[in-house]
Ligand binder design. Structure first.
Ligand SMILES: C[S@@+](CC[C@H](N)C(=O)[O-])C[C@H]1O[C@@H](n2cnc3c(N)ncnc32)[C@H](O)[C@@H]1O
Ligand code: SF4
Length: 456
């Protein structure tokens, strides 16, 4: 891994978890447009349904957190929230074609396992009530291991989950203390072994680099422990410091944060150790074992991605999001609910919806999204394949993405990509600057330093 290359391309840029990025969502798009797009989505591709459920509660707030969450208050609020989510599910489900199958349900937060599993089951029952599932449906939850009991893992399996992700962040108690986070209640190795024993697969661990007190050596130690636990997947997130949005992050500045050089060295050390241990890197910060379905999909150029992370093209459906701040990703539009908990509950109680903003994609946006997704996920782009998909000429695709071959020169000279006759292939190192490569094909790009975190 050439660190100079990473430094050269380490500029602010979108993460492309959606195209166009969420910075384009606007409040001119509201409930009426969402209803229209739900109806339209029944006739669109992909036919499969993905559901996302957001649980915005945590027992305690980690100072680094960039997610939409709040401290758990009394059970009354949780109960009211759960009822609102169920009402929103019923409202949207009543408009969906019941012959469509559910291929993915993702629970994120906040900390879904911070609330009673009885509530989780009630919401899950509402999701299951009217729909059947594909055979390989992926039902996943993000969990904080500080509050996870072995019996909870058994119960989650009974409720229907088949994948779990554990937020580890770091194994060092001093580092966790500085960010106001409790360590796992039980040895993570035992939790993961139990998950695998009772049939969970695609088990994932999240680590973060760039936190106070972290050094290259301390991060190596965390990666070492993670490898010893042997999860199927692992993510090493670069800590995104955005104190102008998340004011609690300012507290971390008092301890001092590792600089960009240190962060790069941590990233590099993680990459080297994980690769040596047999993991393959997927995109920039995700890793999986070679027999994991994400690696198989990558090899077959069938990897896909949404706000919830990577998935195979088979399991990716149009996403209907429930809960405060959740984002729906339909073929023709993105829709985001209000981020304010009370407002979410009040509006859903009254109308069944709580849309705050959205974005309607033009046909050109849809083509650009496809181009960006192919590059971001599969490291491959063929103008001809895209043109055939939309029954348009290759020249039209070139125009839509405003492609100028000259903008690829640096990437070619730095041995990051190959480009010949309308076919772009990322080389292994190209994946580490994949956001920069995707930016070449994004005519809507507006680089706003204050809005986007750096690409590494
Ligand atoms: C919703 S949390 C996961 C579940 C659970 N709340 C937990 O913390 O264990 C999603 C993940 O986002 C990552 N994350 C949160 N804030 C971040 C930030 N500011 N920069 C980078 N990654 C962040 C963490 O790795 C975390 O595990
Ligand atoms: S990182 Fe997870 S547990 Fe910590 S505050 Fe954020 S959502 Fe909650």
């Amino acid at each position: 891994m050439n660190i100079d290359i990473i430094k050269k391309y380490n500029t602010p840029g979108p993460r492309y978890t959606s195209y166009p990025p969420a910075t384009f969502f606007h409040t001119g798009f509201g409930q009426e447009q969402y209803v229209k797009h739900i109806e339209k989505s029944n006739g669109d591709e992909p036919k499969n349904i993905s559901f996302y459920v957001h649980i915005p509660f945590c027992s305690k707030l980690c100072f680094f957190c960039g997610c939409n969450t709040s401290i758990l208050r009394g059970d009354d609020v949780v109960k009211r929230y759960v009822n609102a989510v169920i009402k929103e599910i019923e409202t949207v489900s009543s408009m969906l074609d019941k012959s469509r199958k559910v291929s993915q349900i993702h629970w994120g937060g906040g900390t879904p396992n911070a609330i009673s599993l009885n509530y989780i089951e009630q919401i899950m029952n509402a999701l299951k009530k009217d729909f059947s599932f594909t055979g390989n449906a992926e039902i996943a939850m993000e969990c904080n291991p500080a509050y996870l009991e072995f019996k909870d893992i058994d119960r989650l399996k009974e409720i229907g989950f088949n994948r779990l992700s554990l937020g580890i962040q770091d194994f060092d108690p001093k580092i966790l203390k500085s960010v106001n986070r409790d360590a796992s209640k039980y040895p993570v190795k035992d939790l993961v072994a139990h998950m695998k024993k009772i049939g969970f697969h695609g088990v994932n661990l999240d680590l973060i680099y760039g936190l106070p007190y972290q050094t290259v050596d301390s991060f190596k130690e965390s990666v070492h422990q993670a490898i010893d636990i042997s999860p199927d997947r692992l993510v090493t997130f670069s800590y995104a410091h955005v104190p102008w949005v998340k004011t609690a992050q300012k507290k971390l500045e008092t301890y001092g944060l590792p600089g960009p050089e240190d962060k790069l060295a941590m990233f590099d050390a993680g990459l080297e150790m994980l690769t040596k241990a047999g993991y393959l890197s997927i995109g920039m910060d995700h890793y999986a074992k070679p027999d994991d379905e994400l690696c198989i999909a990558l090899n077959n150029r069938k990897l896909h991605r949404n706000f919830q992370g990577y998935a195979t093209r088979e399991t990716t459906g149009q996403v209907y999001g429930f809960g405060t701040s959740s984002i729906s990703q339909l073929n023709g539009a993105y829709i985001q609910n209000t981020k304010v908990l009370n407002e979410y509950m009040e509006r859903v109680e009254k109308t069944g919806f709580a849309v705050e903003r959205g974005y309607e994609l033009s046909q050109e946006d849809i083509i650009r999204r496809d181009v960006i997704t192919e590059i971001m996920c599969n490291g491959y782009l063929s103008f001809k394949e895209i043109a055939d998909r939309y029954a348009i000429s290759e020249q039209k695709v070139v125009e839509v993405v405003d492609f100028k071959e000259a903008e690829l020169v640096d990437f070619i000279e730095d041995d990051l990509i190959e480009y010949k006759e309308g076919i772009l292939k990322l080389k292994e190192q190209g994946f580490f600057v994949v956001r920069n490569i995707a930016m070449v094909f994004d005519p809507l790009l507006e680089i706003k330093d204050a809005q986007y975190s750096k690409t590494v």
